[in-house]
Write a protein that binds this ligand. Structure first.
Ligand code: NAD
Ligand code: UGA
Length: 436
């Protein structure tokens, strides 16, 4: 099928590339001319494992290309996917900023030709697809189109696998004609028996928020359990394993950490709360998960302060990992953005390493951080080390070398990568997360 994707970000490039890998003819459009120029030169503007090779393969196969020109990309398409950003508004009220969606729709509407399904792939609040439909009708009254909602569940760092082998595909439509187009697009998943859930549009829009909110609740739950473990002298890893073995609970997303970050859980949970408010209902569990997440980040600052003897002033703190999770360069809402400035404000000096995220991190973190290319340099003269993001390359550090370089061997492992007893036996003053 002929597909056009509007927005060549994390979701747009991955979706477009994977759909072309399915055999569809895909054009990705972005209004950022520099980004499109980069893509046209065969470079990928984001770090996502496996993406560069898959893009190259499908570009050379003639199934994938990139452009800024809607006038040629839209008329050809049987389906136009909208994958532009929906960040929180700059007002800071937590509502999703839909201006990028509405602008993209106004721009594409005049070029619709022949029957086209306009699909919201971005995460959007209830009612957005109806607004999209209204804008198209106003802008191009003769357009033959349907709108649909097809939320995306991929995770950064595992995006290609998630897209090519999803747990499910959700299709929100108003009629069978639109459903048929989307079923056809996802028909290559027939072989791996992927469940296709077809619903009304509002249900599909809400499914996306419900899924992210549930996962955020699960993380906040295990973080609170980890905090209780620390207080009572219990072990959160054993606890998570034991409760996770119950099939009704499940073992995934039960890893205590410094609080969830990223471009989605933080903004989507709060946007859901705003929607809920508008409709006069409540979502107290999600509200608590959001509060618990903010408290978790603050708690990490105190944990580090306590680990360095009660005051960060004048201390050199080495930081391993800056991105909100491994295998991405995305710094959006990364816990580092809350934790490191708080430590620096109290006089800590930060030396940091991240395998992919240092360039992005430098845009958002205060000046004065020393970024190093060799992870071992963060240990040199350090009063403490914080393991903030569990990149694989931090899992098998040469601990003797680490110990030899540090001024004081305080190891704050916020992701529980290391075995506490082993490090303590080696002479580290080790703090895990929930390992009382
Ligand atoms: P992003 O910020 O990485 O990319 C958005 C892209 O849209 C940018 O390249 C921007 O230049 C482009 N854009 C904006 N307005 C445009 C316009 N009018 N015309 C053409 N291009 C335009 O965003 P993202 O992380 O890919 O997220 C996109 C959406 O998908 C969001 O709603 C997000 O919540 C959702 N989502 C993201 C992920 C993820 O892992 N990042 C996963 C699932 C869903
Ligand atoms: C998340 C969802 O997992 C995707 O299904 C969804 O499509 C996406 O949001 C989205 O809507 O954009 P992502 O943000 O890429 O994906 O990353 P996750 O792997 O979910 O991690 C999010 C945050 O939770 C990270 O900061 C991670 O460190 C944290 N986390 C995750 C934990 O602290 N503990 C866990 O057990 C799992």
């Amino acid at each position: 099928m002929k597909i056009t994707i509007i927005g060549a970000g994390y979701v747009g490039i991955v979706s477009g590339t994977c759909l072309s890998e399915f055999g569809h003819e895909v054009v990705c459009v972005d209004n950022d001319a520099a980004k499109i120029a980069t893509l046209c030169q065969g470079q990928i503007p984001i770090y996502e494992p496996g993406l560069a090779d898959l893009v190259a393969k499908n570009v050379s196969g003639g199934r994938l290309r990139f452009t800024t020109d809607l006038s040629e990309a839209v008329p050809r398409a049987e389906a136009v996917f909208i994958a532009v950003g929906t960040p929180s508004t700059r007002r800071g009220d937590g509502y999703a900023d839909l201006s990028y969606i509405y602008a993209a729709v106004k721009e594409l509407a005049p070029y619709l030709a022949g029957y086209t399904v306009v699909v919201d792939k971005s995460t959007v609040p209830i009612g957005t697809a109806r607004q999209v439909s209204r804008i198209i009708r106003e802008t191009n009254p003769t357009a033959d189109f349907d709108v649909a909602s097809n939320p995306e569940f991929l995770r950064e760092g595992a995006a290609i696998g998630d897209f090519m082998r999803p747990d499910r595909v959700v299709i929100g439509v108003e009629n069978e004609r639109a459903a048929a187009v989307l079923r056809e697009i996802y028909s290559p998943l027939y072989l791996i028996e992927t469940p296709i859930v077809v619903t009304g549009i509002e249900t599909a829009e809400l499914i996306k928020y419900a899924a992210n909110a549930f996962l955020a609740v699960k993380i906040s739950f295990i973080n609170e359990m980890a905090n209780i473990c620390e207080a009572v002298g219990a072990d959160a890893i054993a606890l998570a394993k034991a409760i996770g073995l119950d099939g009704r609970i499940g073992k995934k997303f039960l890893h205590p950490g410094p609080g969830y970050g990223g471009s989605c859980f933080p903004k989507d949970t709060v946007a859901l709360l705003r929607t809920v408010q508008e409709y006069g209902v409540s979502a107290r569990i999600v509200e608590s998960a959001v509060e618990a997440n903010a408290a978790q980040k603050a708690r990490m600052v105190k944990k580090i302060r306590d680990a360095v003897g009660g005051s960060e002033a004048g201390k050199i703190i080495g930081v391993l990992g800056l991105t909100f999770k491994p295998e991405t360069d995305d710094m959006r809402e990364a816990p580092a953005l809350t934790i490191l400035p708080a430590l620096m404000e109290k006089g800590a000096r930060i030396i940091a390493h991240d395998p992919q995220g240092m360039k992005e991190a430098a845009k958002y973190l205060p000046e004065g951080i020393t970024y190093v290319d060799n992870p071992y340099e963060v240990f040199t003269g350090a009063d403490a080390i914080i393991l903030l993001t569990e990149w694989n390359q931090y899992r098998a550090l040469d601990l003797k070398e680490v110990m030899g370089r540090m001024k004081s061997p305080v190891f704050v492992d916020l992701r529980n990568v290391y075995e506490p007893n082993r490090l303590r036996e080696m002479g580290f003053v080790y703090f895990g997360n929930g390992r009382g």
